[in-house]
Design a protein around this ligand. Structure first.
Ligand SMILES: Nc1ncnc2c1ncn2[C@@H]1O[C@H](COP(=O)(O)OP(=O)(O)O)[C@@H](O)[C@H]1O
Ligand SMILES: [Mg+2]
Length: 291
């Protein structure tokens, strides 16, 4: 599935751009709860992401990281709490103090500035790299072909793939495919980018080129929420690291505090497991913190 290209058109319902007051969080989540059947997967998540902030979300498998990101992108409904994007409630409308499910058009309007990149790149195999980036610009944003091509080329240039516009996904490496997926999301001019383990499906030698693109995005001031197992990236790039465990944010803080002073037992265990698997990191200096 191509999530972005499959979004219903929001052009007819798009209102004027909503500007948030300076300093107001771009994303604000309060007491977010989500269950699948009997299982409460998100159990009261609170978080804020400010403009230009990079937040890395770490945590064990099954802790709710993907579900959280999917709720922020309205790819998943939520049961309770608030998700606000640039001040606007996502997924619901409030009328006379009562909450009702928002219409698809309204949901698309609120989430139109949220871009998402997945572990699986989900490029259309029958379209060139350029075609993949142009698709949503044509179908969702209704740009002219010339305008869509111009913007798509600029986005491929941003991810270092200006020369690969004509290449089909099968001819691209995993790292290149993921960079096309990033270009595709950026083409929609998002105010915030969500990444769900963007390098987890890649061969190790291809991880760096994707992280490099993400670092550049962060340097350029993009607001980002990144679910990742790349602790080095989190330590280097994140303004804030959040450790999610069993559907709650158990620890959050700047990377130094989270990685160096991991007092919370489950975080300590999580990091210990990680560094045991990546033992070469700690071999150099046994008594020094690994990062
Ligand atoms: N569509 C779904 N239906 C039922 N259970 C789900 C669904 N999506 C996720 N889950 C369950 O929710 C929990 C959290 O999943 P997920 O958010 O994918 O965790 P993470 O990304 O941290 O590994 C897991 O137990 C998973 O099996
Ligand atoms: Mg996940």
């Amino acid at each position: 599935m191509n999530a972005i290209a499959d979004m219903p058109s929001s052009a007819s319902t798009a209102g004027a751009a909503v500007s948030t007051p300076p300093g107001a969080p771009l994303i604000e989540v309060r007491d977010l709860r989500k269950r699948f059947g009997d299982v409460e997967v998100l159990r009261g998540v609170d978080l804020q992401i400010a403009r230009s902030e990079v937040v890395c979300i770490i945590g064990p498998s099954g802790s709710g990281k993907s579900t959280l990101l999917r709720c922020l992108a309205a790819l998943e409904t939520y049961d309770q709490g608030d998700v606000r994007i640039e001040g606007e409630l996502l997924g619901y409308s409030e009328r006379n103090g009562k909450r009702v499910r928002a219409s698809p058009g309204e949901i698309n309007r609120v989430r139109r500035n949220v871009g998402m990149v997945f572990q699986q790149f989900n490029l259309w195999p029958h379209m060139s790299a350029l075609g993949n980036v142009m698709e949503a610009l044509l179908r969702v944003r209704h740009l002219s072909r010339d305008e869509a091509r111009r913007r798509a080329n600029a986005m491929l240039d941003t991810v270092g793939l200006a020369h690969k516009g004509d290449a089909y996904p099968a001819k691209l490496s995993g790292g290149q495919q993921q960079r096309v997926a990033i270009a595709r999301a950026l083409a929609m001019e998002p105010h915030i980018m969500l990444f769900d383990e963007p390098t987890s499906a890649l061969d190790p030698e291809l991880v760096g080129e994707v992280l490099q693109v993400m670092k550049q995005l962060a340097r350029d001031g993009m607001t980002m929420a990144v679910v990742t197992h790349e602790m080095g990236f989190a330590a280097q790039v994140a303004d804030k690291v959040m450790f999610i465990d069993q559907g709650r944010i158990a620890v959050q803080g700047n990377p130094r505090d989270v990685f160096h002073d991991a007092g919370q037992p489950r975080l300590r265990q999580f990091l210990q497991n990680y560094f045991d698997r990546n033992a070469f990191w700690t071999r150099e200096a046994d008594d020094a913190p690994p990062l």
